[in-house]
Design a protein. Structure first.
Length: 137
């Protein structure tokens, strides 16, 4: 499947933490994973899953984006929604979409109504491929 990543300016969007870019000269090639730590009210799991099924095609529409949902073993109302971006540029473009796109804002407003408490959002570079680099050379 061919990626159709958006081309965009990186102005006015959330920049990755400086600590992540220090001593990482090839940081542009690493995928980005946005971890959203969320909680639903008791019994909210099915509502969250139904919503994500509906929103997923739009969330992933630009290409190069994959959404995953993890559920806590100990706290069934706690989740991590993982949004995986193939590239840093894809992440930055999606942050623009989050702040500027009316349809995306509508989805996010609906998403917030399903949650309880605050959302903790943290972006990470996915360095997994570097773990196997020596094997592939």
């Amino acid at each position: 499947m061919e990626s159709k990543l958006l081309s965009c300016q990186a102005r006015d969007v959330y920049e990755l933490p400086d600590i992540m870019s220090t001593n990482t000269p090839d940081r542009e090639i690493f995928p980005v994973v946005l971890m959203l730590h969320i909680t639903t009210p008791p019994g909210g799991r099915d509502h969250l899953i139904d919503f994500l099924r509906q929103a997923l095609p739009y969330y992933q529409e630009p290409g190069g984006i994959r959404v995953r949902l993890l559920s806590s073993i100990d706290q069934p109302e706690e989740y991590i929604e993982m949004i995986e971006y193939q590239t840093r540029e894809g992440y930055l473009c999606d942050q623009q979409r989050v702040t500027q796109d009316v349809k995306m804002k509508g989805y996010l407003n609906q998403w917030y109504t399903l949650l309880e408490g605050r959302v903790i959002a943290k972006p990470y570079f996915d360095l997994s491929a570097t773990l196997f680099k020596a094997e592939n050379q």
